[in-house]
Design a protein around this ligand. Structure first.
Ligand code: ADP
Ligand code: MG
Length: 158
């Protein structure tokens, strides 16, 4: 396990942060994004999607209503999921997220910490905290020992 803490001073810096650590998210990965509304979870995903050549940052929008957005890159399929409106395990089941787990998939789950199964199975946890209007603290915990060496990934099942 390795935890890194960053402070960003604008949305653009958070997008850039997402771009820079995306190499740590070689598929398959389950990434849980924690933080209040407006903390910057979706903003961070913009950078990750860019780095995977899966979407431009303008194309990445909040999946609050659609619940799941898929962005396909040459090396990975990104599934951007928002569970803000999902309250029970039964509702969660109806989303069929199990079907998305694959060797080439990266699941980025906003509010994933609401459900024990995601907390148990996550590979990476990212916690965003609002410090002030434009400042955010971003804490990223990965299974890698250190550096930007990318492990072959872990079980896609969760
Ligand atoms: P969440 O998905 O956590 O609800 P969003 O990424 O949708 O949050 O929204 C974050 C909001 O905060 C955006 O309006 C963004 O422009 C603004 N913002 C201001 N400063 C930052 C920052 N340093 N990092 C991320 N977003 C920021
Ligand atoms: Mg969001």
């Amino acid at each position: 396990m390795s935890t890194r803490v960053f402070t960003t001073h604008s949305a653009e810096e958070t997008v850039a942060l997402g771009r820079s650590f995306a190499p740590l998210l070689a598929p398959p990965k389950l990434v849980v994004l924690r933080g209040d509304l407006g903390a910057g979870k979706t903003t961070l995903v913009k950078g990750i999607a860019e780095a995977f050549d899966a979407a431009s940052s303008d194309d990445v929008t909040s999946p609050t209503f659609t619940l799941v957005h898929e962005y396909r890159g040459p090396k990975a399929s990104l599934f951007h999921i928002d569970l803000y409106r999902i309250d029970t395990p039964r509702e969660l089941e109806t989303l069929g997220l199990d079907d998305l787990a694959a060797e080439d998939s990266v699941l980025l789950v906003e509010w994933g910490d609401k459900f024990a199964r995601f907390e148990r199975a996550r590979d990476v946890e990212i916690v965003l905290e609002r410090i002030s209007e434009n400042e955010r603290r971003v804490r990223i915990t990965t299974p890698q020992a250190d550096g930007y060496a990318v492990s072959p990934g872990s079980s896609p099942n969760f």
